[in-house]
Write a protein that binds this ligand. Structure first.
Ligand code: SAM
Length: 255
């Protein structure tokens, strides 16, 4: 089995676009006053999709991710240094490393952990420690944005086996997915065979990863315990808060 997330970044970009509305995500962040010259850290930045867009508006972005392939792709897509563009800083680094550093060299206006990255940490304890640590890394008035899948909402849609297809420019990505839930430990295992068909060539990328089943009430309790304030919760990037089968969970808070 490959390391999870070690598949070509261009495939991730196709899959991401299938689930996400990049414009809604950036509009959401800008509604909190994110502006040219601000410093933003994206933890688990994937292929750098969000920070690539924000850097075009002069936001100083740093992205870290555990995937060498995704960071390689993100580096290959860096914007050119035209006036007004801020070139993102990218590194291959697990989020857990932030816990080992006593202080980070930079303080940020915004820190993002979005599109389920929290669920890929190794333990609930790590999530809690990271959220606590990030408080010291935000500037006064800075914002932490956390987004995770509302797993309880997946219950009506739970499928132990599913197939998802993505098409893009002569390429077909066929994902055969199996899910197992371990309710006692609140863990969700995702196993996947990703077949990528291009012309007469097929490449296979097997994936397996464990996910922590995170609930809003638990995250809210951590944020309050760590003395974050102005805690807001939304169920989509348009700032809605009605639950639906498609709901995600976004928390925004400040220090
Ligand atoms: C669903 S993707 C989301 C990526 C990105 N935030 C986005 O919005 O496109 C999950 C990401 O988490 C990264 N990841 C998983 N475990 C991680 C860890 N321990 N530290 C840092 N990144 C991690 C993966 O490599 C992958 O890029």
């Amino acid at each position: 089995m490959n390391d999870p997330w070690e598949y070509p970044g261009e495939l991730y970009e196709i899959i991401r676009a299938y689930y996400r509305d990049l414009q809604a995500e950036t509009d959401f962040l800008k509604s909190y006053g994110l502006k040219r010259g601000d410093y933003l850290l994206d933890i688990g930045c994937g292929t750098g999709t969000l920070i690539r867009k924000l850097s075009l508006d002069g936001i100083n972005c740093t992205g870290i991710d555990i995937s060498r392939s995704f960071i390689r792709y993100a580096r290959s897509r860096l914007p050119s240094s035209e006036s007004g563009v801020s070139i993102p800083k990218l590194s291959v680094e697990p989020a857990q490393n932030l816990l080992k550093k006593i202080t980070l060299s930079q303080r940020y206006d915004v820190i993002l952990i979005v599109f389920n990255v929290l669920s890929y940490l190794e333990s609930f304890q790590q999530v809690e420690s990271l959220v606590k640590k990030l408080r010291t890394t935000l500037k006064d008035g800075g914002r932490l944005v956390l987004e995770f899948a509302m797993y309880l909402n997946f219950v009506p849609r739970f499928a132990s086996n599913m197939t998802v297809n993505h098409w893009d420019d002569g390429l077909v990505i066929n994902r055969a997915i199996t899910h197992h839930i371990d309710p006692y430990n609140a863990m969700w295992t995702h196993e996947e065979i990703m077949s990528v068909i291009s012309g007469r060539t097929t490449k296979i990328y097997p994936q397996r990863y464990e996910q922590l089943i995170i609930t809003p009430i638990w995250i809210e309790r951590i944020l309050r315990t760590c003395s974050y304030s102005k805690i807001e919760a939304f169920t989509n990037w348009h700032k809605g808060n009605r639950l639906s089968d498609e709901s995600t969970c976004i928390f925004v808070c400040t220090v």
